[in-house]
Ligand binder design. Sequence first.
Ligand code: IFG
Length: 505
Amino acid sequence: MSEPAFQRSGLGDVIPVPADVRPDPAADFTIGPGTAIRTAPGSADAARIGELLAALLRPATGYALPVGEERGEIALLLDGDGDQDGDEGYRLDIAASGVTVRAAAPAGLFAAVQTLRQLLPAAIEAAGLQPGAWALPGGRIVDRPRFAYRGVMLDIARHFFTVDEIKSYLDSVVQFKINHLHLHLTDDQGWRLEIDGWPRLTAVSGGAGTGVDGAGPGYLTRADYTDLVTYAAERFVTIVPEIDMPGHVNAAQVAYPELTADGVAVAPRTDTEVGYSSFVAGKEETYAFIEDVVREVAALTPGPYLHIGGDEAQATTAEDYRTFIQRVLPLVAKYGKRVIGWHELAGVELPETAVAQYWRIEATDEGTARAAANGSKVIMSPADRTYLDMKYTEQSLLGLDWAGLIDVERAYGWDPADRLPGVGEEALLGVEAPLWSETLRSLADVQTMTYPRLPAVAEIGWSPRATHDWESFRDRLAAFAPRWRRQGIAFHPSPEIPWHPGAPE
Ligand code: IFG
């Protein structure tokens, strides 16, 4: 019986489960001291991905694992079939002679690297030398995503998280082929992105004492944000910045009283109430401010999306909400971005380029269904399934419970194409798991709420619907305990899962 850390993975023991798995037990490949990594000739992206793979394998194996274009038993090639593979698809062949990855685009090579990582024994995740036998199970995987948008959202307004914490979070989510990170940058309690020309947004509303219970001073400078966007792009993750409006704007109004109806500054808020603040739809100052913010955020964001929030605007009349959204939509387009908004936005006529993010728990939503019928895409984030800030059980110390308790099985047991009448497969851009930070104070808290439920949403977003199976997912998830322990991820050891032993407790 081999030590659990070297428990063999089957070729399909991957999360998200690959689309097509054909084991060939006679074709195992063992990475050895002389193994090299060969990358597609002339591709800087492939070379960079080769280096990322080598960096994952070198610490535990102690092998040199040189990366080059001439020779290598592990080959990362860009000669995939674009029609079959799409941007993120890949074909992975593991044979006794070596490993060949074929993809049409670099994102497919990166996806294959995440699969390869999971096919090696858990000990590969160790930061230091392990005795080894680095065997990969033989056979062929042909894989590609069901949905293009597979996201996670981090709320850095209620509680601020540093650039390093966000990078660490990114490193963990890409293992599960998550490819969008939505940053909730502004809310009632804090404004967390520096905006030229409006310095008080961060100087005042990103300063000491801001955040829920005054816990989270901090903000991203322009340079920080650019650093994050670059780091994410190198890992094929698109950053989606959110400036929430017309509600959830108390922090902006604390900094700039001209953004309130009577020009009188409002008090900072460190509680968790929602729905009490609103921009003034009838003031031109509002739109001058928003245009400056949109212009700057768009200029700093290479990704195609700018999220304008739009949720819980209880302090905005329906007429003012309509006026406001109809003024802001053209501003986002003017600066070259596609709008994403929480699904309340769909109460207003939307251009079909706009994306509605459904987040509630009701069985139906007329606005979202209408937007889908008009050609808009929908991101499915039903709070009763995907909100990572919901408690696992009543005993959970962290999190809220307004959308109900979400254990791992509940996070896994749904399908986005069945969630809302009128919003079928063809209307779905994908799925996203939001993590609100009212009750979170550390990266460990973020990890505890994220793992093991995000892998469930990641599998729903990537794997073919026909592969969806709770027992299979549960057993594949069990193998991540030793991996997450070695990675220092403070996951919630849910009793639903038969976690594998191994690695330092
Ligand atoms: N709803 C609010 C969030 C946050 C959340 C906590 C959305 C779109 C409840 N809006 O979810 O700001 O407070 O679960």
